[in-house]
Unconditional design. Sequence first.
Length: 375
Amino acid sequence: MRVLLAVYLLLTPLCAGAGEPDWSAHVAPYGKVFPALELSQARRPDTAAADRVLGNGSGLIAVRVRARHADERVILSIAVPELGAPQRFGATLTEAGAEYELHPPLAWDPANLLTFGAARTTHMDFTLERDGAADTRDVAISLRPLDEALYYVRDGRDSADLAWIFAAYVNERDAVVDEILDAARASGIVENFAAADSNSIYRQAWAVWHALAAHGIRYSGADPAIERGPHVFSQRVRFLRETWRDASANCIDGSVLIASVLQRVGLRTFLVLVPGHAFVGFTTGADETAYLETTLLGAHVAAPARSPAFAGDRADSAERRASLASFTAALRAGAARHAQAAAKLDGNHRPDYAVIDIGAARAFGIQPIESANAP
């Protein structure tokens, strides 16, 4: 599925400089390369040659070339100094005089990308071999780190909504999720994670919350924003291992972490974005959703006057009573935050307001960025 096609069609990409007039190189958006966009999607099938689009890459890195003769064989090499050996892609241009687009599939190295702590100004060399000769285009690019999520692009009145990228940082298969579930079971709040009714679902979510609090995870007010427009909107999202290791989570980090665990145990989860903030939702019944304000992770909150029904007799220690107090406060705050924003969560107020249904994103082809498992 070509999820990134909207960005490719929206922008007039950066073109390489002078050279042979019958081919050009393009990098979108605006000469910026976001590997997370590429790694978050399963490779789409090859496009039929009749479409004159060759290759199953995203199209954000592309070459336009006019065939000099029928069945012309071309070899495209793409090199970025920071990414190792050049990558090669071959294609046959069947129709003389026709213009083709080459969308080369690039093999990104997540382990290498994880070493990039910030954007790097570099260049991408495109070399096209044809008819026994080679010609090169050099395109200046900004190579972004793997934890930078591009979630919106604007070009005049046109825009591309990419908020689904946050679902790629939710990783229900991450080894950290196993550690959290083990800790949740050891808490004694739940025996298992088989959802039976709303009370059991709330109790499971409380057990997860308790495990995070017991691990020492606390809210961090660090601003994750990197670019706030006017053309590109992006922010940092830490991988689960980093959040778990540092015991620190801003609003998006905590929401992604909790969504990963609840998604793993079979609950339908959501990330909710409002201006400058994010929180997490999960279904508790057929048409019911609860919301958690993750800024209350690890907070000291006065105990409720009466324990909620889902707690049963499980709040029988000081540690459990403390986590129950912050959990119920987070539920109240999340419900209030959602009620305040609900009218604008209609898809018409982006990029400031958005709801990302993790299950729907998976069905749409958005997969976890597997490098999140790196230590």
